[in-house]
Design a protein around this ligand. Structure first.
Ligand code: PDD
Length: 277
C-alpha cells in the first residue's frame, strides 16, 4: 500500500516508523526514565517495580520477569560502555496491529530502551528555577507512567514560553504535582506534599525523600496544599530522576521566601548527593 507521509506518497515499507503502532496511535504504553551516575543506575529496583506496576495496570504483558529486565538493563550499559552520568529511557507499548481501540489478539508488546548521556543540571540545582502554576487537566490515573503526556507537554511548553522551568499543576484548588516532577512546600520547618494517591505519580526520588526526612527528623506532611499557600511558602522544591531535588525560587513572577534556595531544600540536596554516590 501507498502511504501519505508529510506531503509525499510513498510505499509503506519506506516509512522509518511503524505507522500502526499503538504507542503512536493511542499513546497505548508505559515508560520509565532511569538515572545513571558514573555508569551505574540510581534507584533501579524502584523504577523496575513501577514499570511492572504501570504495565499491569494497563494490562500490557511484559516479555520478562523483573530480574530479567534488570539484567537486560545492566547489559545495555555494558554494551554501550556507559561510564558517565546519563539516563535510560525504557518503553513498552501494546504492540503493532491494525488500528482498533480494542486490544489486539496474539500481538506482543513492543519494548525498547536506550542510553543517553545526561549531565547533572548544576546551575538549576545551585540557583533554583522559576515555575508557573497551571491547571491539571490530566486523567485520574496519573500513578500509571503512561505515554499519554499531551497535557504535560502543553503545560511544560507554557512554562517555557514564560521563561520558566516547570509548571506546577493544580486541580480543585490543590497542587497535585508538576508536569514532569513531584513538588513540595516548606512552611515553618515542615514539608507538605500531595499524598501518594491515584492522581499523582509516586516518584522514585520522592520515595528516597521519604527516607531522607526520617533520617533528618523533618516533619513530612502528606497533605495537599493550595495554590494560594505557595505565596506564603518559606521554600518550594521539586523532585525527579532528571532534575534531582531542584529549588523553586519564583512562581508566577512572585519570589518564594528569600528568592534563594532554602535551608531544608539544601539539606535534602545533600542527602541526595550522599545517596546517589
Ligand atoms: N518524569 N511526576 C511526573 C508527572 C513525572 O513525569 C515524573 C518523572 C515524576 C518524578 O518521578 P521520578 O522521581 O520517578 O523521576 C513525577 C520523568 C523524569 C520524565 O517523564 O522525563
Amino acid at each position: 500500500p501507498i502511504i501519505l507521509a508529510q506531503t509525499n506518497f510513498t510505499h509503506r515499507d519506506n516509512l522509518k516508523y511503524p505507522y500502526e503502532e499503538r504507542g503512536l496511535q493511542f499513546g497505548d504504553g508505559v515508560y520509565e526514565v532511569i538515572r545513571i551516575y558514573n555508569g551505574s543506575y540510581y534507584l533501579l529496583q524502584e523504577h523496575v517495580d513501577r514499570f511492572f506496576r504501570s504495565a499491569e495496570a494497563v494490562k500490557i504483558n511484559l516479555l520478562f520477569t523483573k530480574e530479567e529486565l534488570r539484567n537486560l538493563l545492566d547489559e545495555l550499559l555494558k554494551r554501550n560502555d556507559m561510564k558517565e552520568d546519563g539516563k535510560v529511557y525504557l518503553q513498552a507499548t501494546r504492540g503493532s496491529a491494525p488500528r482498533d481501540h480494542v486490544f489486539p489478539i496474539n500481538v506482543s508488546a513492543n519494548i525498547y530502551a536506550y542510553v543517553q548521556d545526561f549531565p547533572r543540571g548544576i546551575e538549576n540545582l545551585e540557583n533554583g528555577i522559576s515555575a508557573i502554576t497551571h491547571p491539571d487537566i490530566r486523567w485520574e490515573n496519573c500513578y500509571i507512567k503512561s505515554l499519554n503526556l499531551l497535557p504535560n507537554v502543553l503545560a511544560k511548553q507554557e512554562a517555557k514560553e514564560q521563561n520558566c522551568g516547570e509548571a506546577i499543576l493544580h486541580k480543585d484548588g490543590f497542587v497535585t504535582e508538576c508536569s514532569s516532577s513531584n513538588v513540595y512546600l516548606v512552611k515553618d520547618g515542615k514539608i507538605y506534599t500531595h499524598p501518594v494517591k491515584q492522581n499523582i505519580l509516586h516518584g522514585c526520588v520522592r520515595m528516597r525523600i521519604e527516607q531522607f526526612v526520617k533520617d533528618l527528623n523533618i516533619p513530612f506532611i502528606e497533605e495537599g496544599f493550595n495554590v494560594e499557600d505557595i505565596a506564603m511558602a518559606d521554600e518550594l522544591f521539586l523532585s525527579s530522576s532528571t532534575s534531582e531535588i531542584t529549588p523553586i525560587v519564583n512562581v508566577d513572577k512572585n519570589q518564594i521566601g528569600t528568592g534563594t534556595p532554602g535551608k531544608i531544600t539544601r539539606m535534602l540536596q545533600q542527602a541526595y548527593e550522599k545517596d546517589a554516590n
